[in-house]
Design a protein around this ligand. Structure first.
Ligand SMILES: [Zn+2]
Length: 413
């Protein structure tokens, strides 16, 4: 592998452009006017160069499976779960791996090189989990996949589910998941969170819970996660995904909760594309947005990253793999249209995602693995404004993607 020299790179927040030298798969130097006579040169033209995008929340076992056996006509979370319940009976390893691989390539083409996937572990053969564990190893030379064992139907809804969740950790899932608001009772939901924290401690795993993904203002499992994180002192290893009910809590309760949250360092992962479409379905008007309080969490210094959640699956029929689209949607639905707020939304698909996923060696820093994305614009705002794809994606020091700018010929006026 020959050395690469990226000339004239603008790093986010830096005053003047630099060159980046890549050798042996790592960043060897970052300085102005580097000399490297034998290196292959990429002229970045003063454009924005960033670490890769981070997909904090997706379900690779169900990607690209929309319409099979039928499409979700009501658009609700619950019809999605019911359709998936039928589809998952027909899963095979090859089926999961081919769809997941296609999605990972779609994402890599758009600069996404870190992915946390949830995988349904309430299907008794655990075939999807085995398929993704194998795939994770097959793709590790060009993308990093982290697997969360996700009990889609609930831990206590069937007696065998509790054992399946633990078995998934034994087989190698790196993150423990849950879905307390979908357990049969509130008591089961609370118990499920205690169980998740216990498993995470015993198996030394991260935690990422689908939490309060409903419009019900009485769905209050986030406070249970907060209490557990305070007791265990492990908040930075914990993520609360969705938390859409937080958008429906009364302000007095939300304010109290924000105070507790500041003590825990837990990470929030919002999924604006999917939740703006799934939630509020039972409302007439005014119709709620069904999104967690992204702006307020950010204002309180709490780590928020965002995910795509779905690509063409039983819950959501769109999705291209682009995290730029997710950040763009975050700006809109969270009303984060001030320039510092737009900048923060860009962080939610880069640095904040790396923090949520506990990615080591993420930054563009000498000695770190050379995972680098070149965007065809000068700054983060322009990346969202024009919703660009990267011009170059470098993974482990190797150029793996080049996207040519689309051009239009217009003959009017
Ligand atoms: Zn999800």
């Amino acid at each position: 592998m020959s050395d690469l020299l990226l000339r004239n790179c603008t790093l986010k927040g830096a005053a003047s452009p630099v060159d980046i030298l890549i050798a042996d798969g790592r960043i060897a130097a970052i300085e102005a006017q580097l000399q490297a006579p034998n290196a292959e040169i990429i002229d970045c033209q003063g454009n924005l160069v960033t670490p890769p995008f981070v997909e904090s929340h997706i379900h690779l076992d169900s990607v690209l499976a929309a319409g099979d056996p039928h499409f979700n006509q009501s658009g609700t979370l619950f019809e999605g779960i019911q359709i998936w319940g039928e589809r998952k009976k027909t899963l095979t390893k090859a089926d999961v791996q081919s769809r997941a691989l296609e999605a990972l390539k779609m994402m890599a083409a758009q600069g996404v090189l870190y992915v946390r996937t949830h995988v349904d572990v309430t299907e008794p053969s655990l075939v999807a989990l085995d398929a993704l564990l194998e795939l994770q190893d097959q793709v590790k030379d060009w993308t990093t996949v982290q697997i969360c064992a996700f009990p889609q139907d609930g831990i206590y809804s069937r007696p065998e589910n509790i054992g399946l969740l633990e078995e998934a950790l034994k087989r190698g899932a790196q993150v423990v998941g849950g879905i307390p608001h979908y357990e049969l009772t509130r008591e089961d939901g609370v118990a499920s969170i205690h169980h998740i924290f216990d498993l995470a401690e015993r198996y030394d795993r991260l935690i990422d819970v689908h939490c309060d993904e409903v419009d019900d203002e009485q769905s209050r499992f986030l406070e249970v996660i907060v209490a557990e994180a305070i007791k265990h002192g492990n908040g930075e290893r914990v993520a609360a995904s969705h938390t859409t009910a937080f958008g429906s809590y009364n302000d007095s309760y939300a304010y109290k909760l924000l105070g507790f949250l500041r003590r825990t360092n837990i990470n929030f992962i919002a999924n604006p594309l999917i939740n703006i479409t799934l939630q509020g379905r039972m409302d007439s008007y005014p119709k709620r947005r069904g999104l967690t309080r992204i702006k307020e969490l950010w204002q309180n210094g709490i780590n928020v990253s965002v995910g795509q959640d779905c690509i063409y699956d039983p819950w959501y029929i769109f999705g291209t793999g682009s995290m730029i689209t997710v950040a763009y949607m975050t700006v809109h639905v969270s009303q984060m249209t001030g320039l510092p707020e737009i900048d923060a939304c860009f962080d939610m698909i880069t640095a904040n995602g790396a923090r949520s996923l506990h990615v080591q060696d993420y930054d563009l820093k000498v000695g770190n693995p050379a995972n680098v994305v070149v965007l065809p614009v000068k700054d983060a705002f322009s990346a969202l404004r024009f919703q660009v794809a990267p011009s170059h994606v470098i993974s482990r020091g190797k150029l793996i993607v080049q996207n040519k700018a689309a051009t239009s010929e217009i003959s009017v006026g």
